[in-house]
Write a new protein. Sequence first.
Length: 357
Amino acid sequence: MEIRIVPLPEDRKKPKYTDESQLGFGKLFTDRMFMVEWKIGQGWVDARIEPYAPFVLDPACSVLHYAQEIFEGLKAYKWADGTIALFRPEMNARRFNHSADRLCMPAVPEELFLDGIEKLVALERDWIPSSEGTSLYIRPTMIGVDPVLGVKPADHYYFYVILSPVGAYYSAGFNPIKIMVEDHYVRSVPGGTGEAKTGGNYACSLKAGLEAKKKGYDQVLWLDGVHRRYIEEVGAMNMLFAYGKTIVTASLTGTILNGVTRDSTLKLAASLGYTIEERLIDVNELMADIRAGKVTEAFGSGTAAVISPVGVLAYKDEVCTVGNGGVGPITQQLYDTLTGIQTGKVPDTFGWTRKVA
């Protein structure tokens, strides 16, 4: 599909950031956005890159009442030689359509998904920061916009992409965070939407997250919704635990997100000689293993922070320091190698990076 480029008037251009160290995460957006619509009987129509602007939505539109909404998150990086590269965007396209299927939304052709992102990033390349730890965050989103009060799939959708120059996801940067295991609220159940990247999964996590922050923790680690016993994921990332040279993570059973960074971390770790185990992780056994020193490191993986070391894990009334509470050698190695591939500092032997023309 041809993508139309709408001119950007000079008076619509935004002032750019002047200090990359103060970017934060997801607070600043670039001048343009990619937009395409799906209408019943027509399919995908009118793909264009246009000036970033608010939407005018009918108060009755379906996304506001029945939460037909999905999104993705990926990044573009500016290498030292000026190359602009994406990291495994085809995986995001496929996961996006997996989410679309679960929410009864139309699939976005992978070629359109990738072409729209690449053309948008190329036009906005001057917005991409280049300092250590910075990148251009890419947010593809689809919403149902039918102005109809009825519980059914919409007949009209917007698929759009916005861009945000970002720094570190956590204000403390690459330093150990504190995680609280949530034993009351649940994020997802078998047969639900846990493995779809939809806003409702995050909305239902907010209360537990706020309560954890009041107690001094950075994130919540969810247990399964049936037994309240097995480790699942953290709100912004998948969790991994190192038992010496063995890395253990929760199986993909349909209730947690199939993270692109999770998959990359596991493949990278295996190539570096680590043993990988994907299995059920009993929280009581995990805490006992941390106390006994069997768990030597814990870390999360996700697009926003890439790899996040975990120094403290709390469950019920017990607070355990993982390893020595610092950044472990495996965590550091995986972070350095993975971010090195993303930023062009480490050779990409996996074929994960996709250069933008």
